[in-house]
Design a protein around this ligand. Structure first.
Ligand SMILES: C[S@@+](CC[C@H](N)C(=O)[O-])C[C@H]1O[C@@H](n2cnc3c(N)ncnc32)[C@H](O)[C@@H]1O
Length: 315
């Protein structure tokens, strides 16, 4: 393979979360275009990366044609990470690469399996190229064909993204609890996949979602529930939680469910507050086998994932 392998990994920060990624990595050596963050050594498990460029290479090129050839010689599929410098030249190289489909995903189809590399121009005649990236879609933007008629909120897109990236989803026969369910986007996701859902919120659920087959509603505080009682017939398959609350309260709630062994899989939104974020996230990441990720659809939030049987290795 042409070029010089860097002893670095590049991490793409979510928009508006560069500071979080830089703080999380701690030993950043360079930041390109205010988003692509370099740190020494192989890829680390971080929360604040929308995409990770594994083993990036620096490749000197002689011309636009030569740049396209260098990339094509490595593999078929490439996505240009656009930087303003040399943008036109980079686009001319991209135009000579095979077309890649940018079609939005149709949930619950899996994301593309073919490796998708990322590249950019560091200088007029220098490419930076990573054949292997963590995200199977360009820059980790998980776009879906949206359903604008049924779900009562757009929050369902967060759950679609989490399940797509995890590669698993609720199905017929599964028992789910959805905490902080109102107006009902996440409950709609689980119910339309065929699972039964207990939707819990202090506010009433959208009537159309409440009427879906398999949906039961409970107007109560998520913090007043006894996980052991709810799992009296065996652990629930999914604990979904999008409750608007401080991270510390969510952490206590998750701990109560974990201690009771009351659910198999967890997808919980951690709503962040500002200065205490790093510490709040760290406590969740220390739960063995868990992952805490920032979804493309998360705003100032992160998502906690846990599976009782296996550590969460995708993402
Ligand atoms: C971001 S919304 C959830 C959106 C939902 N996942 C959806 O897809 O439509 C947060 C919800 O948390 C609920 N909430 C806040 N405190 C709660 C509590 N103590 N118990 C249950 N729900 C609570 C709010 O009523 C609100 O409906």
């Amino acid at each position: 393979m042409r070029g010089e392998l860097l002893d670095q990994t590049a991490y793409l920060a979510p928009r508006l979360a560069l500071a979080e990624l830089v703080a999380e990595l701690g030993d950043v050596t360079e930041v390109l275009a205010e988003r692509l963050v370099f740190a020494p050594g192989p890829a680390r498990r971080v929360t604040w990366a929308q995409n990770i460029w594994h083993e990036p290479r620096r490749i000197e090129i002689e011309s636009i044609k030569d740049g396209a050839r260098a990339l094509r010689d490595i593999q078929r599929n490439w996505h240009l990470f656009d930087v303003e410098r040399h943008a036109r030249r980079a686009q001319l190289i991209a135009d000579q690469l095979p077309h890649i489909s940018a079609r939005p995903l149709r949930f619950p189809e899996p994301p593309p399996a073919a490796p998708l590399g990322a590249w950019t121009l560091l200088d007029r005649d220098v490419l930076l190229a990573a054949p292997r990236c963590s995200a199977p879609v360009p820059d980790g933007r998980f776009e879906f064909e949206e359903n604008r008629r049924e779900p009562p909120s757009r929050a369902y897109l967060k759950l679609w993204e989490a399940l797509t990236r995890w590669g698993v989803h609720p199905g017929p026969g599964d028992r789910c609890i959805d905490l902080g369910a109102c107006p009902g986007g996440w409950t709609w996701v689980a119910a339309t996949l065929g699972a039964s859902v207990l939707a819990v919120d202090k506010a009433p659920l959208d009537p159309a979602v409440a009427a879906l087959p398999g949906v039961t509603t409970l107007q109560a505080s998520a913090f007043s529930l006894d996980p052991a009682e709810l799992a009296a017939d065996g652990p629930l398959d999914w604990l979904l939680c999008d409750v608007a609350c401080y991270p510390e309260r969510l952490y206590e709630l998750v701990q109560r469910w974990l201690t009771a062994g009351a659910a198999e899989r967890y997808v919980c939104t951690i709503k962040l507050q500002g200065s205490t974020d790093g510490e709040a996230i760290r406590r969740f990441t220390e739960i063995p086998g868990s992952r805490v990720v920032h979804l493309w659809r998360n705003r100032h939030e992160a998502t906690f994932l846990f599976h009782k049987a296996n550590s969460v290795d995708s993402f």
